[in-house]
Design a protein around this ligand. Structure first.
Ligand SMILES: C[S@@+](CC[C@H](N)C(=O)[O-])C[C@H]1O[C@@H](n2cnc3c(N)ncnc32)[C@H](O)[C@@H]1O
Length: 157
């Protein structure tokens, strides 16, 4: 996908990657950290298509954020360091999705309690193995590409 040629969200939808769609059931707000790498083909497209309107999207790549923002009208886009933005937030979201690149996936699990603290209902983390998340309390994992999984952490109420 030539990102600079993407003018319509249907082009992102055509490139979707595996995602545990059921985790979006009943969600009214979402935060997508590390959102912009492929304009949302891993996660944001599913949040969009689930009809969630209260969405925060965070990435530090200004060029990709500029391409992504028109595709997701009504969302709040914050350009900056995900860890800094995360620390500055004074609200929670029904679902928090963090999709770091491979070299930051170890940190995703180290930071698990911090991510969980932002989520009312579900935390969805991109991780680099399927076993450690289950040992840490994930309800399920889904392999999406070779070497990367989604790990679903439901929040206890
Ligand atoms: C795996 S890609 C995300 C793909 C995205 N979820 C999608 O579906 O298009 C990882 C993203 O993390 C962003 N990134 C890496 N380090 C970051 C940081 N410290 N703060 C914010 N964004 C960061 C990169 O710019 C890249 O867009």
């Amino acid at each position: 996908m030539d990102l600079s040629q993407v003018k319509d969200i249907s082009q992102v939808r055509a490139e979707r990657r595996p995602f545990p769609v059921h985790v979006l059931d009943g969600m009214e707000s979402a935060a997508c950290f590390f959102c912009a790498g492929f304009l949302g083909r891993n996660d944001a497209i599913y949040v969009h298509d689930a009809g969630i309107r209260d969405v925060l999207a965070v990435d530090h790549n200004p060029e990709k954020m500029a391409l992504m923002e028109p595709l997701y009208p009504g969302w709040t886009f914050v350009r900056g360091d995900a860890y800094g933005v995360r620390a500055s937030l004074d609200r929670k979201f029904d679902i928090v999705i963090a999709d770091p690149q491979q070299d930051q996936m170890d940190r995703a699990l180290v930071d698990l309690p911090i991510w969980q603290n932002l989520a009312n209902k579900v935390l969805l983390l991109g991780v680099n193995n399927g076993e450690e998340p289950m040992a840490l309390g994930a309800a399920e994992v889904m392999e999406r590409t070779t070497g990367s999984w989604w790990a679903v952490f439901p929040q206890s109420t």
